[in-house]
Ligand binder design. Sequence first.
Ligand SMILES: [Zn+2]
Ligand SMILES: [Zn+2]
Length: 284
Amino acid sequence: MTKRIGVHLGTTGGASNAVERAREIGANTFQFFSSSPRMWRAPKVDPAQAARMKAQRVALDVGPLVIHTSYLVNVCSQTEDVRMKSIDAFRGEIERALTWGAEYLVLHPGSWKGLTRDEGLRLAAESISRAIDGLAWQGTPFHILIENTAGAEFSLGGSFEQVAELVERLKPSAPVGVCLDTCHTHVAGYDLVTAEGYEETMRQIAATVTFEAVRVWHCNDAKAERGSKLDRHEHIGLGTMGVEPFRRLLNDPRFAHAAFIAETPVDEPGDEERNVRVLRSLVE
Ligand SMILES: [Zn+2]
Ligand SMILES: [Zn+2]
């Protein structure tokens, strides 16, 4: 199978054109938001549009299809009201992902501010299980992917151990996997940049989330230093990471099954295409 490399696409022109756009810019996988990432209310998916996207994906060999959950969703919020809204909104995200036929729905595990980390972990697992309860995902390739975060104070998922713990708790009730973000990994303090550091980071992945569970790598260079806990994405090769970590990941046989998706800034027209081209050029 050819390497799956793509980018997060804005869908202002309607999500149904996204498959053609992905192909036009040299991508064979992509990610999008199925609703406005900063609004609670979300429109219903038009089943005709979803059918069209499925057919186009088959015709143009584009996949996996990845949807990123809205930033408002916080499944471990200390505030009952926010948590209930988050469960509702996340259920909507799962329903839309299933209608679009998405393989993956990426979720940030949330902020446990005001609680203990353990309490946050417990609430996150409970909320996600409730959100998917009774939905018809069986027999589909659908998986919820828990994304590692930049490790800012109170944010759940800043270490591989925390992501692995949440995944373990969810396994009995939900199809679940992992999305690792290169920028988050780097600013959280893991070394992907030096050759020895990379192997040490791989040992830690093997001992926690495991290679097989990592279905998606978000490929972002970082504006901030390693260990800074500042989540600012940069164009591939132009940040504090450089191109080498991406070359290693893309050619690492332990991630042969994974998709590589850039969430790089769009400063100028053509930036999505440029970042896809840089990633593609690193494949040996
Ligand atoms: Zn990401
Ligand atoms: Zn980020």
